[in-house]
Design a protein around this ligand. Structure first.
Ligand SMILES: NC(=O)C1=CN([C@@H]2O[C@H](COP(=O)(O)OP(=O)(O)OC[C@H]3O[C@@H](n4cnc5c(N)ncnc54)[C@H](O)[C@@H]3O)[C@@H](O)[C@H]2O)C=CC1
Ligand SMILES: CC(C)CC(=O)C(=O)O
Ligand SMILES: [Mg+2]
Length: 352
């Protein structure tokens, strides 16, 4: 029997509810495929600020560093969002965790489900067959650059976007390698017509093209990419982009699947990897049992595949596909006969 140490960071809002369903599904595949999970829970985000005064406590860092993989829910709470003067914010915990653990690449697969095509506001003729992966740089750019803050007596605010060649090279290498396992097409999304950082991105990736002669590379400005994503999503195979563009474009891309609650992700670096839905803490839904757990359950499937448990990961995907096809879904995707977060988690576990 294989045993894995999993750090479980539920976070805020719907975080605990969706992670509980992912754990339920992990337990089910564990029983079926003889895999054992040894879970350690850590605090992160608003709940960590309220409990111990820090959004990414040292104890949570220790738990993560000792784990084989990390399963993360979401952070964020309106009491911080609505207080611009808050000195410590839940989001700082997520950013600090990504930076401290060196999680420089966030892999966000996007695929349209045939049975959900009618639920996207986009026409079926546009979304059918869409299947791409966004590789978002995760520890650089404007979310981390210094200096940042206020000047002129608080009347001016500034953030700084910084990228080094090394940061671009390591994530681009991952993107080229992903492209090699797929349709061998890489689209680099930037704003090189305006931004110095984007010009460094373009120059760096262009220099790497010769190492991957089978990969066809194109470069697209982010404003055009934002349009193309919903005009012709089937155009894309692997998309490589910087931190903020990737954050924004993938929420947009979730419209292709019908709900933000469907998109999983893996955050990777050179050490332990972290698995997280792409959405946030959806505070309006907290405790109501209406949040879609599938993004988190599919993140757990990505985790198993990366741990080498491909059969178990595949079993989760097959079960999700079946449950999606039968329409046993939360209100975001089934407003007529909605099922609760727990019912959907239980159903997926039952089908495995
Ligand atoms: N990775 C993380 O932990 C992230 C945290 N946040 C934080 O989350 C809080 C809320 O931010 P929002 O901008 O409202 O983003 P959000 O992603 O939490 O929610 C946006 C909308 O997406 C839908 N949605 C999201 N998750 C869903 C799910 N599982 N099932 C069904 N529908 C779902 C809902 O309609 C919701 O109103 C903020 O405090 C923000 O800072 C935002 C994004 C990522
Ligand atoms: C809350 C932000 C720090 C991150 C975010 O929106 C994301 O990772 O998708
Ligand atoms: Mg986001």
């Amino acid at each position: 029997m294989n045993t894995y140490k999993i750090a479980v960071l539920k976070g805020d809002g719907i975080g605990p509810e969706i992670v509980d369903e992912a754990v339920r599904v992990l337990e089910t595949v564990g029983r079926k495929f003889n895999i054992e999970f040894d879970y350690s829970e850590g605090l992160i985000g608003g709940i960590a600020i309220d409990t111990v005064g820090s959004p990414f406590p040292a104890e949570t860092q220790r738990i993560c560093e000792q784990a084989d993989a990390i399963l993360f829910g979401a952070i964020g709470d309106p009491k911080f969002d609505n207080d611009p003067s808050a000195k410590v914010r839940p989001e700082q915990g997520l950013l600090a965790m990504r930076k401290t653990l060196g999680l420089y690449a966030n892999i966000r697969p996007v695929a349209a489900y045939d049975s959900l095509l009618n639920l996207s506001p986009l026409k079926e003729s546009i979304t059918k067959g869409a299947d791409f992966v966004v590789i978002r740089e995760l520890t650089g750019g404007i979310y981390f650059g210094e200096p940042r803050g206020r000047s002129e007596n608080g009347q001016t605010a500034f953030d700084t976007c910084v990228y080094t060649k090394e940061e671009i090279t390591r994530v681009a290498k991952m993107a080229f390698e992903y492209a090699m396992t797929r349709r061998k097409k890489l689209t680099v999304v930037d704003k090189a017509n305006v931004l110095a950082t984007s010009r460094l991105w373009r120059e760096t990736v262009q220099a790497m093209e010769k190492d991957y002669p089978q990969v066809v590379v194109d470069y697209m400005f982010v404003d055009n990419a934002a349009m193309k994503l919903i005009l012709q999503p089937t155009y894309f195979d692997v998309v490589l982009t910087e931190n903020m563009f990737g954050d924004i474009l993938t929420d947009e891309a979730s419209v292709i699947t019908g709900s933000l609650g469907m998109l999983p992700s893996a955050s990777k670096g050179s050490k332990v990897s972290l698995y997280e839905p792409i959405h946030g803490s959806f505070p309006q839904a907290k405790g109501k049992g209406i949040a879609n757990p599938i993004a988190t359950i599919l993140s757990a499937a990505m985790m198993l595949e990366d741990l080498g448990e491909t059969v178990a990961g595949k079993a989760i995907r097959v079960a999700v596909d079946k449950v999606v096809a039968e329409g046993f879904l939360t209100a975001d995707l089934n407003s007529i006969n909605p099922h609760s977060t727990t019912e959907v988690g239980r159903r997926i576990a039952e089908v495995i």
